[in-house]
Design a protein around this ligand. Sequence first.
Ligand code: NAD
Ligand code: ZN
Length: 345
Amino acid sequence: MTNQMKALVKARPEPGLWMEERPVPEIGPEDVLIRIHKTGICGTDIHIWNWDDWAQRTVPVPLITGHEFAGEIVDMGRNVEGLAIGQRVSGEGHLIGKSSRQSRAGRFHLDPATRGIGVNEPGAFAEYLRLPAFNVVPLPDLIDDEIGAILDPLGNAVHTALSFDLVGEDVLVTGAGPIGIMAAAVARHVGARHVVITDLNSDRLALAARVADVVPVNPKEQDLAEIVSELGMKQGFDVGLEMSGNQAALDQKVEAMVMGGRIALLGIPPGKSPVDWSRIVFKAITIKGVYGREIFETWYKMIAMLENGLDVRAVITHRLSVDDFRKGFEIMRGGSSGKVVLDWT
Ligand code: NAD
Ligand code: ZN
């Protein structure tokens, strides 16, 4: 192993990412070194590429980007136990503190000191990644590298979908991006009755219908109230999964919910967004904000569901060599693809 590696770096405070030579990270006693095999491009990486207001406020320059990955352990710190060189792994990209009340209670995903790889700390768009052993999630043989590379967003979908009991419930997913589509697939897998997914983009609705047994609806063309009666639902949706970050989608969702419905919000609105709170109060709706993945319960449930027939592979629409990363980012920026996976081997 040389001590240099290829990495996709936010090298300058302007739009773009650049492939550069960087030193292979040195690991501490509690860390592992992972040889990256495949990575997924996330909406977050697009914000970083575009260098929008959020990225400018958040991301230090220079920084190796990327947080969705699968690879293989090639080195381990002296205190690491229970892992092995050669083991195929993915991992949690949120690096947590251990001293907050939440962490000490085992609710690691609520630690306020969380830092993200590829956002605040060196990331996974590189030949090698240093990761605390605590964050490593071993991959069973059944989960290949390309699925391993999308466990982070699948985990967002699983965390959101499992926020409320879905068994026998009618579920409305707003936003058929990769995460909304995977959340719809999870809702179907765990036994929801009807799963309706909305988007304004027909390519995304078509992709949703290919990935999962869901009812795709374009609210510009079809009235959700009509869908509700066509499906034989009496009042509206029991559970809403908000995966668009769009205000109109949230308004439509609130209207389409039953009295006492429950909504999990993963989508991130751009800045402050007007909300009809009185409607939410009078409908007695419960709203839960969802951030990241539960560490590590979401990972456990997600891997168990993948072993038990959950199939999201069709959400990967593009597979490219990392040498074609510009093309991959262009496809993602187009907004009509599913997941784009880059190969680093
Ligand atoms: P995405 O941008 O690919 O998908 C969002 C989809 O919403 C798009 O297909 C868009 O056409 C659709 N949309 C826009 N307006 C709509 C409307 N009025 N009705 C229905 N659909 C509409 O995003 P993604 O990668 O699938 O992620 C989903 C959301 O989750 C994003 O907002 C993202 O920022 C957010 N996110 C949050 C977390 C978290 O930890 N909370 C983690 C990852 C992603
Ligand atoms: Zn991501």
